[in-house]
Write a new protein. Sequence first.
Length: 300
Amino acid sequence: MSFEAAAVAEIQARVNARLAKIAPAEQDEARDLALAMRQGLLAPGKRARALTVIMASTALGGAEDDAMTAACAIELVHTASLLLDDLPSMDDARMRRGKPATHIVFGEDTAILAAIALLTEAFRIVSEDTRLAPERRTAVVSKIAAASGLAGLAGGQFLDLRAVADAPQQAERISSLKTGALFAAAAWIGGCTAGASETQLQALHEFGNSAGTAFQIYDDLADVVTPQTTLGKDVDADANKATVVSLAGLAGARALADARFIEAKERLRSAGIAEGSLDRFMDGLRRKLEARLATHSSDE
């Protein structure tokens, strides 16, 4: 493991430790709801969005501890979105992160309530984070809300369900809402906790959106070429959806993803944080995605 990979793993471990403290403990009252929240939140994951918050902050001279609560809040929102995405009325997925989806284990009603509780918990922990100045807390809450709503996760999921895309650019727009919006918020929030300038915040937002959109395209590519047992989730959930891959083909989708990664790096340079830990972290994620696609594409 390289020094950079080891450093990322250490931050991941600290994020996971904080999430374990945030997750509700088992209790007699509403026990299944607490368990659903806990199991959804603590299931193994890359924590890419939380890492984006922390690395954007530290790249601009911020302290990791100042960014940690906001980073965990982003993971709470992401987990809530996964619980909702998997529902029969949404993507109708039975597996998530290698295990039965939350609604399979606890029922649809509990999964919905768990998602609501996780989302509201994200706002609570940020609003009570005394490490941040009041105006920064307000800004972070506002950014999370915007990324979760009509102009973000919710809007993207709605368009995805309605299959309104009939061109790669339209499908890419849906990806930018479903995935890019939360990455954009993560990068912006990291900068906010470090006291970034308005110019830097705008560049970080654009960086996160481009990187997140690229990751969503790679995720769609993985759904096509990777066995379900390796992915740990249902590969059929998006079978009837109009995605960048289905509309542009494998080569076209990879070209679009590459273009978004290049765009993301340009945004970092404009923010004055190129060649830093965040830049290298994104490069590392990209290499892993490329390697996974190459491995399974060669099996075809």
